[in-house]
Design a protein around this ligand. Structure first.
Ligand code: HSE
Length: 430
């Protein structure tokens, strides 16, 4: 008879509770699909007495999660503690060294230590899986590393943070304030423990660095992801973008070309007819361009207890079935170290909004600065506010390099008629 699979769960927050619920709701189905009984033996979390609406008395309660890796009666550990260092990392190292299969939803830990953990998994032959770490319930790790494995991929991009997308789309639709919508995203269980990771683009950058490795076969390089968040985005920009035929989304985009690896997370103007413009609320979406398959587009719930638990348990089902795929789709030794393309040489069309004093001299100074930076304009719109004496100037450039944008912003800083810091956003042209 095939043996049962003995599980330990570290972390009983939103996702941990979601995993227990899913394993209970779908126990029979999972047993039929795997041919094995999945048995949760032990649990570790910070506070045993917190009311989670779950009876934890039937599991062994382990105070220090790292002790789970010392036991001999555990086949697989699920880590849902979070954080790139500390207990989560100690537990990952100990489990994989000992040969215990390991599942995590911890994108920060993988972005920082994924290669080390993958190497440990290769040495000990312990399976290491992390589907839930990228884009919540979407099977994107499997999609890229298995479904698209035949292709050379040059580009992967998408909406990788549910909280930011929920905030942007709700602000736009319901005209609600940023902080109010963020509080709702936290209540719904979308946001990270530290929500600055969501709104500053760091969480999306963690995920993008993992996707790059899966897509391009390059070593994880989180430090080179150029990252900016959604806080500067205003309703004014959303309205201006709409008038131009765009909406604003936080986009993670990675490209590998002869210039090197380029990775950026930033609010972007997305054409209203692009599939990413239809992605609302906490939904995530990822597109990749493969040289034989063409564009693949994946979409689905990107955050929250049930979708994330779905991805965790999908890994569990795979392991229970005996799947032994490598964490990054190839041996860690085969992952390439590539040079980084900085924003200076990367080309894009750019949206710039300037608040400018109504004065005949202002526009001349601005166009001179653009000419000095050798930037051509695709369009220019001006909205006067006669009461304040300030005009909003909306510039859309022709494709130009990041260093040209840097130059023009330096020039703009010397123009006294420009009253606030320019708002600059890239235009998605894929
Ligand atoms: N805080 C994350 C998000 C959760 O909002 O997308 C899923 O990784």
């Amino acid at each position: 008879m095939v043996q049962g699979l003995r599980i330990a769960l570290a972390g009983l927050g939103t996702v941990g509770c979601g995993v227990l619920k899913l394993l209970s709701d779908n126990a029979d189905l999972i047993k039929r699909r795997t041919g094995r009984r999945i048995e949760v033996i032990a649990i570790s979390a910070r506070n045993k007495n917190r009311d989670r609406g779950i009876d934890v008395s039937r599991y062994d309660w382990v105070e220090n999660a790292v002790d789970l890796a010392k036991r001999d009666d555990i086949d697989l550990i699920i880590e849902l503690i979070g954080g790139s260092e500390g207990t989560a990392l100690d537990l990952a190292r100990q489990s994989l060294k000992k040969g215990i299969a390991f599942i995590t939803a911890n994108k920060a830990m993988i972005a920082h230590h994924g290669l080390e953990l993958a190497a440990l998994s290769e040495q000990s032959k312990a399976v290491f899986r992390y589907e839930a770490a990228v884009a919540g319930g979407i099977p994107i790790v499997k999609g890229v590393s298995e479904g698209a494995a035949a292709n050379c991929i040059h580009q992967i991009y998408g909406i990788l943070n549910g909280t930011s997308n929920f905030i942007l789309t709700t602000m736009e639709k319901d005209k609600r304030a940023f902080l109010d919508v963020l509080a709702e995203a936290q209540e719904l269980g979308y946001a990270e423990a530290d929500p600055t990771f969501d709104i500053d683009g760091i969480d999306a950058a963690h995920k993008l660095s993992i996707l790059s490795t899966l897509a391009f076969g390059t070593k994880i390089d989180f430090d080179s992801v150029i990252t900016s968040g959604i806080q500067p985005v205003t309703i004014t920009d959303m309205n201006e973008a709409k008038a131009l035929g765009y909406c604003i989304r936080l986009i993670g985009m990675a490209e590998k070309s002869e210039n090197g690896l380029f990775q950026r997370v930033s609010p972007c103007l997305v054409p209203l007819n692009h599939p990413l413009a239809q992605v609302d609320g906490s939904v995530n979406a990822v597109a990749l361009e493969g040289n034989h398959v063409g564009r693949l587009f994946f979409a689905g719930a990107g955050a929250g207890a049930a979708p994330t638990a779905s991805a965790v348990v999908a890994d569990l089902v795979d392991i229970a079935r005996g799947s032994r795929t490598l964490p990054f789709g190839m041996p860690t030794q085969s992952l390439e170290a590539v040079s980084v393309e900085t924003a200076d040489t990367h080309t894009s069309r750019v949206y710039i909004r300037l608040s400018v004093i109504n004065d005949p001299a202002s526009l001349a100074k601005i166009t001179t600065a653009l000419a000095e930076a050798k930037i051509s304009l695709d369009s220019l719109a001006q909205h006067h506010n006669n009461d304040s004496g300030i005009s909003e100037l909306i510039l859309v450039t022709e494709p130009c390099q990041g260093d040209q944008i840097k130059t023009v912003l330096t020039r703009f800083a010397t123009i006294p008629e420009i009253k606030t810091t320019p708002v600059v956003m890239y235009i998605l042209n894929i």
